[in-house]
Design a protein around this ligand. Structure first.
Ligand code: TYD
Ligand code: MG
Length: 458
């Protein structure tokens, strides 16, 4: 079309190129180029005026000692699991990006929190994807009364801003940022340029007027947030909504949070009445656990301040192919390969003729090395067809020599295991060598993975 041309833009640093490239020459990132259409007419190609995200009339440098520590005022969202991830509630004037796959429950979550936020705040819900009627139908099903809630079904940025000027909300919800478009930019909604400029305008407005803003962001095929990477730098917190669509569990975690820790997770269950908080995730993750079955072991991971007990499963099956498969779901693939290598080298177990599949139940992703001992036991158990006792939990990090290293917060982990009915815990010897505690369950201290084998009666 006349006046328009196709360019490729790096979604990480917004470098422009006439051709697609695998690696960005500017930021050296791979696979970041996305196709975009821009206008070539001179008045439209002029770079839009840079907007500042921090409204400040003073441009003077201030002495460090004169800086004041701001006091964050937080609003409770009515979902304590979400408040926990946010660091204790939604901070006034902050901008939060909520990302997740389509249908995971982002709009449901946001509609649910409108009930509590609307108690003493004015909420403006901007929907670019659903009609007002659809929203009302859902809100009714979720038991949202809609007090202090205003709905605007609009995608044009200028119209949104002028409506916001009239309503003067305390909280704005944008569902979703990929549907919003700025007339000044000629590319299509959802393109890198549109998302970047619309988000920048909305964020600067939010910061200027002290509005708390919740932005919904779609994810692309690779699982990253669709649009420019800079979007994540612009906001105060990035929350990821995860879970298997076919299962009812949903986990929300903070990938970035300027007002709290990023370790916390919030667990929900999707029901016909919307998202219900799961205050005790361990019980949920352990429900339906097979009894006396080889290839599974309980483990304990610390997510933020909470110990969470989950089950790791391993399936070791013979293969005829020269390169056996190693599949890791819920744990790091490299960590799995490392544990297999340690077991082969130190215990002489033969995994090289077997495919290995591992899975952490409930869609949980465990990155803590303290889960190594449980993964190793699940692997050995599946290989040797001997079940790990159902009432046993394994905690410990494995070193390359097969030694079992100390872990943090052992007492907290063991107490959670005792609460859930476990009677034995394999723990690193180093942890209880100097300091013992009233564990309430039998502790089996191990020096190395070799000692752990005794648990399986080998
Ligand atoms: P939605 O919030 O529309 O997802 P997103 O905004 O992330 O795309 O959630 C849609 C899914 O949630 C849909 O598949 C139906 C399911 N759902 C329930 O199971 N119960 C409910 O009460 C609601 C509102 C949705
Ligand atoms: Mg939605």
């Amino acid at each position: 079309m006349k006046g328009l041309k196709t360019v490729y833009i790096c979604s990480n640093c917004t470098y422009h190129s006439p051709k697609w490239m695998g690696k960005c020459p500017s930021c050296n990132q791979w696979n970041t180029f996305v196709e975009d259409v821009i206008s070539t007419s001179p008045e439209e190609t002029a770079t839009p005026k840079r907007k500042s995200m921090i409204s400040s009339t003073e441009n003077r440098a201030i002495s460090y000692s004169d800086l004041e520590i701001p006091e964050y005022i937080r609003s409770q969202t009515g979902l304590s699991e979400l408040d926990r991830v946010l660091g204790g509630g939604l901070v006034h004037g902050s901008v939060v990006l909520i990302s997740g796959e389509p249908g995971i429950g982002k709009s449901t979550l946001l509609m649910q929190i409108c009930e509590c936020l609307g108690a003493n705040k004015k909420v403006l819900y901007i929907s670019g994807e659903e009609s007002g009627g659809q929203l009302k139908l859902r809100a009714k099903r979720l038991g949202v009364s809609g007090r202090n809630l205003f709905v605007l079904t609009e995608t044009n940025l200028d119209s949104i801003l002028s409506e916001a000027d009239k309503i003067k909300p305390d909280i704005m919800i944008i569902d979703s940022i990929q549907t919003i478009y700025d007339d000044a930019i000629k590319s299509a909604p959802g393109s890198v340029a549109q998302v970047r400029e619309s988000a920048l305008t909305l964020i600067s407005r939010a910061k200027g007027d002290g509005i708390s803003m919740l932005l919904v962001g779609h994810v692309n095929k690779e699982g990253g947030i669709a649009g420019p990477k800079v979007l994540e730098h612009m906001v105060d917190a990035v929350l990821c909504f995860e879970g298997e669509k076919l299962q009812s569990y949903r986990i929300i975690r903070a990938n970035k949070n300027r007002f709290g820790s990023t370790n916390e997770i919030g667990v929900f269950e999707m029901t016909d009445k919307g998202l219900i908080e799961v205050g005790n995730p361990s019980e949920m993750l352990l429900s339906g656990r097979p009894k006396n079955t080889p290839g599974n072991c309980a483990m304990c991971t610390i997510e933020g301040t909470r110990p969470i007990i989950a089950e790791v499963q391993a399936l070791v099956s013979t293969t005829v192919f020269p390169a056996p498969r190693r599949t890791a779901n819920g744990i790091d693939h490299n960590r799995l390969c490392l544990i297999i290598a340690v077991l082969e080298k130190r215990l002489g177990l033969k995994f090289y003729q077997n495919d290995v599949y591992t899975n952490v139940i409930g869609g949980l992703y465990v990155s803590e090395p303290a889960s190594d001992a449980a993964i190793a036991l699940a692997l050995i158990s599946s290989l040797t067809d001997k079940a790990v006792p159902d009432d046993l939990i394994a905690i410990g990090e494995l070193g390359l020599s097969g030694e079992c290293r100390a872990v943090s917060n052992l007492e907290q982990r063991v107490k959670e295991a005792a609460r859930l009915g476990f009677t034995k815990a394999v723990v690193p010897y180093k942890n209880i060598e100097k300091r013992s505690f009233d564990a309430q369950i039998e502790l089996i201290p191990i020096h190395s993975i070799y000692d752990a084998l005794k648990v399986l009666g080998r």
